[in-house]
Design a protein around this ligand. Structure first.
Ligand code: ZN
Length: 409
């Protein structure tokens, strides 16, 4: 077994582990160093550092201080990596921590984080998913089971000072256009809950004041939440600092395209088995600004779908111009409405779309004025037939079980 470079004790606070950090900043010291060709293992907390518990209350989803996320393992320094190179990362395997074979999916309260459908689901809710080898199911959502397409939601290299300043400037500018919006347009740097890894003293405080939050995906990759970035993938990351500084976390046992529930996919603590290499000067050689990747040769086989269309006309009937965000929301709402006909609550249907291997596609962006987005719901994840038939839908789910909800305080 390759050496485990970052170890995580789930009983210990991530703030006490110096190989963990929750901001992006070039001054965060490398947690460990590797050479090209090395294989190694990294352990990770779940993205909240263990704040969300395996129980039947959504109080933790309601009460979480979102300025603490994401807890990332690293950065891993790669000998010989220089700005302008491409870091080649083979994601040889990914799994759940053996002592923690469960994950969570939740909806944040609109007052604390929100989500893609927050106007329809404004209160905190949480479902727990048990992991049985390849498969998962939830005690809060009957008659659904599927195989995991396991992946890190978040992985990327440290930014250099110039890139960090660019991120902060553009996001602060954006926030200033609607400073009181709930949920906010973006999250500015926030020093009090910053965890800067091994960085200590004045240098730590200085970096914490400007460290970029980890929520958005950016040029370096980061929190892309791409479900197909699964075990067996090869990723090519832009390198901005000497040693590259690869960090990762936010492991998902499974996720639907869009991670629409935001808290989040099926979130879990786990481990990654990695191998790294370099393409010197690869950014210029291949014209690369954002990461590129090759998918895994092994994925769960779900090849039968019921596909829901959505167009860029919102719930109130208002027309939008080729707006893919509105169109995908309509496709999701259409799928939720459909699933309620079999007895699922709207919350259960929303959770299925956030966790199962659901595909989202941008189907048309030129046919003015409507964009068309599609949501592909795999039929084989259900214990029963969800196709429309002449006799109409049969209620297969009794409604006795639902997803716990916690009203705002
Ligand atoms: Zn996540």
């Amino acid at each position: 077994m390759p050496e485990t470079l970052v170890k995580v004790d789930l009983a210990q606070s991530p703030f006490e582990n110096e190989m963990i950090h929750n901001r992006w900043h070039p001054d965060i010291p490398m947690a460990a160093w590797v050479k090209c060709g090395d294989e190694f293992r990294i352990e990770t907390y779940d993205w909240t550092g263990g704040f969300i518990k395996n129980n039947d209350s959504a109080d933790d989803v309601r009460d979480i201080d979102l300025s603490i996320v994401h807890f990332l393992s690293g950065p891993i320094g790669v000998e010989g990596a220089e700005p302008g190179d491409l870091l080649v990362v083979d994601l040889l395997d990914v799994g759940a921590k053996p002592e923690s074979l469960w994950g969570f999916n939740g909806f944040f309260s609109k007052q604390n984080g929100g989500g893609f459908l927050t106007d329809h689901f404004p209160l905190a809710q949480k479902s727990i998913w048990d992991i049985s080898g390849l498969y998962t199911h939830s005690r809060h959502i009957p008659a659904v089971k599927f195989a995991g397409l396991i992946h890190p939601g978040l992985i990327g290299c440290l930014p250099d000072q110039k890139l960090l300043e660019k991120w902060n400037a553009r996001e602060l500018d954006f926030i200033s256009t609607q400073p009181k919006r709930v949920p906010p347009l973006a999250n500015p740097p926030f020093a009090p809950t910053a965890h800067m890894g091994k960085l200590k003293g004045e240098a730590r405080d200085k970096a914490a004041a400007t460290g970029a939050r980890t929520v958005p995906p950016r040029e370096h990759g980061g929190n892309c939440d791409i479900k197909d970035l699964s075990r067996g993938s090869r990723i090519y990351f832009p390198v901005y600092v000497k040693g590259a500084g690869l960090s990762m976390g936010d492991l998902h046992f499974s996720q639907g395209d869009g991670e629409i529930t935001f808290c989040g996919a099926i979130e879990m603590a786990g481990w990654l088995h990695l191998k790294v290499d370099l393409i010197k000067g690869g950014m210029a050689k291949y014209g690369i600004k954002n990461p590129i990747f090759k998918p895994s040769p092994i994925t769960p086989t779900y090849n039968d779908y019921l596909i829901f269309e959505g167009i860029s006309v919102d719930e109130s009937g208002k027309q939008y111009y080729l707006d893919v965000h509105i169109a995908y929301r309509q496709a999701c709402l259409n799928a939720i409405e459909y699933l309620t006909k079999f007895g699922y609550s709207r919350a259960q249907a929303y959770a299925i779309l956030g966790t199962a291997p659901v595909q989202g596609h941008i189907s048309g962006v030129v046919d003015i004025p409507n964009a068309c987005a599609t949501l592909w719901l795999p039929t084989q994840i259900f214990d029963f037939d969800i196709r429309p038939v002449a006799a109409g839908p049969v209620k297969h789910v009794s409604g006795e079980i639902d997803i716990p909800m916690s009203p705002d305080k």
